[in-house]
Design a protein around this ligand. Sequence first.
Ligand code: ZN
Length: 136
Amino acid sequence: MKAFFKELSIRTRNKLEVVNITHYVEDAVRESGIRDGICLVHAPHATAAIVANEYESGLVEDILTKIREEYPEDGRWKHNLIDYNAAAHLASAFIGASRIFPVRNGSLVRGTWQHILLIELDGPRTRRVVIEVLGE
Ligand code: ZN
């Protein structure tokens, strides 16, 4: 089995933001030379998330609206007493900081409208995204 690792550095511009990183992940899979296996996409952060969904401007706004509704910044969160970003931690914890995709015939297996999205929850910051491709 072969293992390929790549780290991306993504500069975000807003407090809450959705960044389409699909092409970076597809480039990494191509670069890996791995034909069949799996691809892990992971954000090593406590206030960011990775999801797979459509990158359409209305839906991107809907995702951010839903996050604001579910995890209000001014909620009575205990973590806000020491570091005013509990909402970002909660959203990251429940949405998840990583996703795994199958790799077949040298390509990522995903739906036509299923893009790989980094969700910034406490920006703007420079975020690391790590990609690990495992297979043959
Ligand atoms: Zn914090």
